[in-house]
Ligand binder design. Sequence first.
Ligand SMILES: Nc1ncnc2c1ncn2[C@@H]1O[C@H](COP(=O)(O)OP(=O)(O)OP(=O)(O)O)[C@@H](O)[C@H]1O
Ligand SMILES: [Mg+2]
Length: 358
Amino acid sequence: MILTGLDIACFRNIERLSLEPHPRLNLITGDNGSGKSTVLEAIQCLSTGHSFRTRKARELIKNHEPCFTLNARFTDPDTAREHRTGHSRQRDGSVELRLDFHEMGSMAGVTRMLPVKALTPDSHKLIQEGPDERRRFLDWGMFHMEPQFFDEWKQFRRSLSQRNQLLRDAAGIDEIRSWDVLFAEASESIDDMRRKYVARLALALQRRLADVEGRFHVKLGYRAGWNDEQPLSELLVRHLDYHRRMKTTTDGPHRAEMTLQCDGVPCKQILSRGQQKVLVYLLHLAQLDLLRENGSRQGVVLCDDLTSELDRAHGQEIIRQLLQLQSQVFVSGVDLVELKLHDHKEFHMEHGQVKNVV
Ligand SMILES: Nc1ncnc2c1ncn2[C@@H]1O[C@H](COP(=O)(O)OP(=O)(O)OP(=O)(O)O)[C@@H](O)[C@H]1O
Ligand SMILES: [Mg+2]
């Protein structure tokens, strides 16, 4: 997808701002606190309803204003069709959402139409933090590549939450087991998609790692979240007593894990922070490779303070790989001198306003 127009109103320190982005490379420059990351957050919020810095959309509303409003035009380069989306959020949490002039009841339709990938200074959390981040990362890829993934995921979440509620309420065995079939079906299907996805991602990552200096050998792995030598439906019966005692379902895709190892040791333990950042950026780029291979919609890529903490060689390699993507990219940074050598548009920010377009 290519964003062709973006209007932002009352979003963090931005009162009103309109941009007509470049189809490939957009540089958002300016001093600290000028609003560079805010522009990137606005683009992500249009796609997902929250930003890479907060899941609490309320924080994004400009102080002393009742709501923020975002509007965008974007084009699908494959079909040349232009789309429009609008998103307005009030302080009381009420949201107005439009896609091509239709009111939308949830973000999913817009997210599917306008995939956005954010590479941020916190990206290394994918390695450093718990498995939730990594499951979210995998699910992002499948949401955009597998048409049936979202329905299966909703069925899994709903049946898990109902089953867990019954376990907490110490409900009868038959009542608890009445959710097992739905839960096990959706779980096995998600597991199958995740397993195949990780195998493809591992190959795409190897291709991207091949050109990185001081190349480190990373092995991606996957664990289902239950002992998958037997069907989950049977395991749910065998473990029912345990689940009742624990008052929660301890087997299922919500316990799955994507593992990252370097020479047999978890990457978290062995890679430096800069190396972790490089690895995470390449994992994200590998996800974009899979979207392209699959013929799925291309994501808009946001890079907030891309090369901070990276040495020159690694920073340049990441920039090189980023610019090779066929995607539209928005990069924020204080000056971004090296990127200005490439065909681009620069938006220089001051106090929440674009002062100069080059
Ligand atoms: N809800 C809000 N209302 C008004 N201003 C806000 C709100 N949230 C954040 N701000 C302010 O918006 C400004 C822009 O922040 P932003 O993080 O976009 O700057 P930046 O240009 O990315 O800076 P840096 O170079 O430090 O990364 C900050 O000064 C921040 O205090
Ligand atoms: Mg910033």
